[in-house]
Structures are given as C-alpha cells and as structure tokens.
Ligand binder design. Structure first.
Ligand code: GTP
Ligand code: MG
Length: 313
C-alpha cells in the first residue's frame, strides 16, 4: 500500500504545529519564526513555511503530515504544499481555535481559501482549546457548516494530546484504523445538531470597541483609521480631513463600493493609491468598513493579519 499524506490547515495558533509535533515519530521539520507582530501577544513563534512529521501504521505504512502556516501572508506556501509537496494527499484537517473571538470567521475564511481541497478529498474539522472556552458548541459549528454546504465530521480536541490527533487520522483514513493503537482514551467531544442554532448564528458582526480601535490605530505604520457603515455613515475617525474626504468620495463613488461587500470573507482589502507615501487599506466586514491609512512599507497582507489578530484575540 502507498504511503498517505494529510494536510493540516487552519487558524493561527489553533495547534497545527503542536499536533504534528505531538504525533510525529521521527524528528519533525518545523519552520517556526519569532512572531514579530500582533501574533506575539498570543504565542512566541509562528509557522512561516511548513511543518512536516509522520506516523507509521502497524502495516508499516507511513502517514505523512504536512502543516501549513495559518497566517495568510504566507499563503504562497499553501499553494506549494497543496499542489506540489503533498499534491497526492488523501485528506485534510481544518484546525480552529475555540478561544478566538470569532471562530466562525475562521471557518468561513479557511474553507473558502482551501475549498479546492475540501471539494476534492475528505475533510475533518478539529476545534481546539474548548478547555479554555467551551463555546461556540459543536452544534453551532455544525450549523455554520450546514450553511456553507460542507459536510464534514467535527470534533473538539486538544492538539497537545497524541491520542486526539491519532483519532483524527483514524477518522480520516478508516482503512488505517488498526494503524494507531492508542485510541482508547480519546477525549474528543461530539454532540447533536440542533437546527435552531443554525439560524441563530449566521451573522459576522465584529465588535469594534474603543480598545480594539485604539490598538489598530497604534499599529506600526498606521497613520489613521476610520469606521464607516455600509450606508456611508462615519462611525469613528482619526484621519485628517483631506484623507477622510478622499476616502468617503472613493467609497461612495460610482459604482458604489459599499454595496457589494464580500459576505463570506472576514477581511477584504482594497488598496487605494492616495498620496505618494501613503495608501489606504479598506477592510469590509458584514455591517461596517474599516479603512486604515498606512505608510507605504506596511503591506496589505501584513496589516490584514494584524487587524485579524487584534479582532480575534
Ligand atoms: N489549552 C489548550 N491549549 C492548546 C490546545 N491545543 C493547542 N494548544 C496550545 O496552543 C498553541 C498552538 O500553537 P501552534 O501549534 O504553534 O499553532 P499553529 O496552528 O501551528 O499556528 P501558526 O503556525 O501560527 O498558524 C500551543 O501553545 C499549544 O500548546 C488545547 O486544546 N487547549
Ligand atoms: Mg504552526
């Protein structure tokens, strides 16, 4: 039998690297770098390229595990791993972190970005850190998946526990069931789908508290920010008037930009060449637009990640 390859993908800090290190027999390959931006608030390092490790089944078949970086700015590696290194993968595990403020956004984001994998091979969803924060519940995740038209088993697990990760591999590769022999003390949690909850949790609103706005406006390279409703009303601004006018003119120009925010993606950015040394990064959320005037050296991808981190943590 041929060896199998599994791809681990999903939210920053959800435990992809931890999971691969936990199960791997040989020495893992990790590409961790010090987290230099707002990621460092949560953890010291982040994956910048790839994790790799393997387990061997009792039939001497190897299951190779490839971990992708959670941060979108390293997405060139998503492509390299999924279409190159592990293009003959057998399935994929989506890691989500229950302790982030908006795990539903992560679910939408990563299922969209990795949709080609999901449509192609079996998917399992692993939600970590329910020991720290028990909600959202599995029912809620099931409801969200239902809305997305995705069918996949979902489990609450702990990425630090070897038996939990082996359980996921077993679920994904049923013909390998005998391969992993430590299935007895599995602590994964499952519960029933409650359809009422499907309807209740369909919105993507972000609470832009003063604290969150303050943190975003003090990010290195950010000169000023503005919050604007989809009706074009100004909620909050630290922008100089000339920039604010330019921004509002752009957002209400024809065809009106505000009318078509992408509903399924958490942060969508548009770069607007403003002045030579500055650019606007405009982020659409469900009911609001957050625009940040930035110095040129701050890339859209880096800023998006920082905003996402501040919102989620
Ligand atoms: N309390 C708790 N901690 C967990 C659980 N699962 C993982 N962790 C911790 O969460 C952190 C996860 O970090 P990583 O494994 O680096 O996360 P990652 O998904 O590889 O993140 P990126 O590479 O930055 O995308 C580690 O400190 C783990 O010890 C869990 O179920 N409960
Ligand atoms: Mg990692």
């Amino acid at each position: 039998m041929r060896d199998k390859k599994i791809i681990f993908f999903g939210a920053v800090g959800a435990g992809k690297t931890t999971a691969i290190n936990t199960i791997s027999e040989g020495k893992c390959i990790n590409t961790e770098a010090n987290a230099s931006d707002s990621t460092s608030v949560q953890k010291k390092t982040t994956t910048v390229a790839m994790d790799y490790g393997y387990v061997t089944s009792s039939t001497n078949q190897r299951i190779h595990c490839y971990g992708t970086p959670g941060q979108e700015r390293f997405q060139f590696m998503w492509e390299i791993i999924t279409s190159n290194l592990a293009s003959d993968y057998s399935g994929e595990i989506l890691f989500l972190d229950n302790n982030r403020k908006y795990p539903q956004h992560d679910l939408h984001f990563y299922t969209k970005k990795f949709r080609h994998l999901i449509d192609d091979k079996p998917l399992i969803i692993a939600v970590t850190k329910s020991d720290i924060k028990p909600n959202p519940s599995i029912s809620e995740y099931r409801g969200w998946l239902h809305e997305l038209g995705i069918q996949a088993p979902i489990y609450f697990i702990d990425a630090r526990k070897k038996e939990d990760i082996l359980f996921l591999l077993e679920e994904l590769l049923p013909d390998q069931a005998q391969a992993m022999n430590e299935m007895n003390s599995v602590s994964v949690i499952e519960d029933e789908l409650n359809l009422d909850e499907v309807i209740q949790y369909s919105e993507h609103k972000v609470d832009f508290s003063d604290k969150v706005l303050n943190k975003i406006s003090h990010l290195e390279g950010v000169v000023g920010i503005a919050l604007i409703t989809l009706e074009g009303k100004l909620g909050h601004s630290t922008l100089d008037t000339e920039f604010l006018i330019e921004l509002l003119e752009f957002l209400t120009s024809s065809p009106p930009i505000l009318e078509d925010p992408n509903k399924n993606e958490h942060v969508v950015s548009i770069e607007l060449a403003s002045e030579e040394n500055y650019h606007f990064v405009i982020n659409f959320f469900d009911d609001i637009v957050l625009a940040a005037l930035c110095k040129k050296h701050l890339t859209t991808a880096a800023l998006k990640q920082q905003i996402e981190n501040i919102i989620q943590w």
